[in-house]
Every structure is written in C-alpha cells, then in structure tokens.
Write a protein that binds this ligand. Structure first.
Ligand SMILES: [Fe+2]
Length: 354
C-alpha cells in the first residue's frame, strides 16, 4: 500500500474545521504525562528503545496496561512478553506508539463516570469498534494497530461530554430512542445539515441527503454546540502532539461515505475506523448505521458483515468480556437492521433533560 502523508492529511482535515470552544464547565481529560513523553521522544530520529521503555515503566499503571495489551489477542504475538523493552523491540516503534497511546488514553477516559449510559457497555462497544476497524484494516493491508487505536479511542471524549453536558445529550438520546431523530428536538430541526456546515463540520451523510428522518449525534452536537465530538477529539489529540494518523482517524470517524470514496484515505485506518463507527452503540450515534453497513457490505465483497460481527463476539467471549444483560453484537445488529433503533434499556440510565 502506498505511503500516506498523514501530516498533510491531518492539515487538510483540521483546515476544514474550527477548534472547538467548550463551555467553561467542561473539564477535558488530561493526557497521562508518560504517554505525552513517549509520543514526544518517539518522534525523535535518535529515540532509544531503552529510554522509551523507561518512560512507560515510570508509570506503573501504564506499564501494566501496555503489557496486558501486548499479551492480548488484540496484538496477536506468538510468545508472552514480560517486559516493556521486549514489547517495543518486538512491535517496532510505530506499533508500540499506537499501543501506548491507546492503552494510556483509554485508561484516562475510562476513569470518568458516565451518567447516561452503562460504562461497561459503552467501553465494550468501543472495543467492538476497535476490533472491527482492525479486521477491516487487515483486509485492506492498512495499519491494523493504528485502526485498532483509532477505533478504541474514537469516542473517548463522550464520557466527559455526555456527563458534563448531560442535559443536552439526554435530549438526543431520548429522541433517538423514540426513533424520531434528534433533529426534531433541535432549534433548527429541518436545518441540521446546513447548521452542521455552518459550524465547519462536513456533512456527508447520504442517509440524511436522501431525506430520511434519523439525525446523527454529530449533527445534533454541531447544531447545539457548534462542534462535534469527532472534531473536538481530533483537535485535542493534535494539541497533545499525538500521531497525525490518530488525529485523522478521530476527525473523520463519522464521515464514512466521504472517507471511503477518498482516493488517498479510501483504504486506510481512517476509513476502517469510520466504517466501525456505524456499529450500534449505547449512545445511538448513528441511527441508520447498521442499514448503511449492510448496504456497504453488499457493494464491497471484502466487508463480510456477518463474519466480521461473529468474529468480534467470539473475540469478546474469549476475552471473558461479559455483555451482561445486553445482547451480543450480532443480535444488536440484527435488531437495529429490522427496527432501525434498538432502545436498549439495559445499556442506558435515565437522566432528566432538566
Ligand atoms: Fe463517535
């Protein structure tokens, strides 16, 4: 696969948007210091593996998270790895950086409580998307580790945003559960697309362009706040100087139809992450996601939805990730495909819009 100039793609992605201006009440997660230092040193041409390993080892919880990831089926190494130095040596710098960023940032985001949805269910859905993105990236010969990291982190701001702006997010969630489309609850219900564009957020959803009723979470956010969680996450991760490929995966994650048609990005980690964002999740981000995934899999023979989804459920089972009272991904996809929305009462909490 041709080498992608991710710095140029990141510049292009951010040039189309504005840096979000958050309400003063929103306290964003902090990047763990060791992750920031690792990312900074790894960019240097003379970076030594020993120095990078010592940075990870300086943060005991990060070290444990990294070793847990390296030895899990996500990475697929044949032999058990006992030290961070060994892990970095085996994986190489690029893979190791994806892994350190994913494990450190996920742990920081996981530490935040969630009012609106069951936290365990939310993070299981993030893992499902990460595995899906990794498998699609493998099929395309794209960077599977970058796709996994992007898939896992695509919604890392939602725990904070849906908690601290819960009154707004509950309006979306209740409308999405009713299947009315949250656009009907916004001040400019019929103007979701134009509002999104005015806010500097590319509106490329073919579903709404066909005039269907379902409004997506990113459009609701753009209309309410002037930004959405995808663009906000991209800007934040860029401000932390994390890899440009990750910035692109985050910014584009709700622009699947545009990204897969893009001559440069079409078969990259960013496209794999954007397709993974169509999977069902407890915040009902993409009301038409499964229908769009099914339509895509009919056009693209390599996207065998049934096989991919079955593989994700198997992998989650092998990892001992109990879905609890929530249905398997295969069941949720089936239900979402037949009823457009799955009002999953087990996965959501009831919070008044106030
Ligand atoms: Fe998202």
């Amino acid at each position: 696969m041709a080498t992608i100039d991710w710095a140029a793609e990141r510049e292009r992605a951010l040039a189309e948007t504005r840096a979000p201006s958050f309400p003063p009440t929103v306290k964003l997660p902090a990047l763990p210091q060791a992750v920031a230092r690792f990312a900074e040193i790894s960019r240097r041409p003379d970076a030594s593996l020993g120095e990078l390993a010592r940075i990870v080892e300086s943060d005991s919880s990060l070290m444990l998270d990294v070793l847990r990831y390296v030895n899990s089926s996500y990475v697929g190494l044949r032999h058990r790895v006992a030290s961070v130095l060994q892990a970095i040596g085996l994986l190489g710098l690029k893979r190791a950086t994806s892994l350190v960023v994913a494990s450190g940032l996920e742990a920081a985001a996981r530490a935040r409580q969630m009012k609106l949805v069951n936290q365990q269910v939310f993070w299981r859905s993030c893992l499902e998307k990460a595995i899906f993105a990794r498998e699609v990236a493998r099929l395309w010969g794209a960077d599977a580790d970058a796709a996994f990291a992007g898939g896992l982190l695509q919604d890392f701001l939602l725990p904070v945003l849906s908690d601290q702006l819960a009154g707004q997010y509950v309006i979306y969630l209740e409308a999405a559960r009713r299947g009315a489309g949250a656009g009907s609850q916004t001040p400019a219900s019929s103007g979701g697309a134009s509002l999104a564009l005015r806010a500097g957020v590319a509106d490329t959803n073919p579903t709404r362009q066909r005039g269907d009723k379902g409004c997506r979470l990113v459009d609701f956010e753009a209309a309410r706040f002037g930004w959405n969680h995808a663009v906000a996450a991209g800007w934040l991760v860029h401000s932390w100087k994390l890899p440009d490929e990750l910035v692109c995966c985050l910014v584009f994650h709700h622009q699947w139809s545009r990204v897969i048609a893009d001559p440069t990005l079409g078969r990259t980690s960013a496209a794999a992450v954007a397709i993974s964002a169509l999977l069902p999740d407890p915040l009902l981000q993409e009301p038409q996601g499964v229908a769009n995934l099914k339509a895509l899999s009919e056009r693209r023979s390599e996207i065998d939805l049934e096989r991919l989804v079955g593989g994700i459920d198997d992998e989650c089972d092998r990892l001992g990730m109990d879905a609890g009272r929530v249905a398997s991904l295969a069941q949720r996809c089936h239900l979402a495909g037949t009823r457009e929305h799955l009002p999953d009462e087990q996965a959501t909490h009831h919070v008044s819009a106030g």
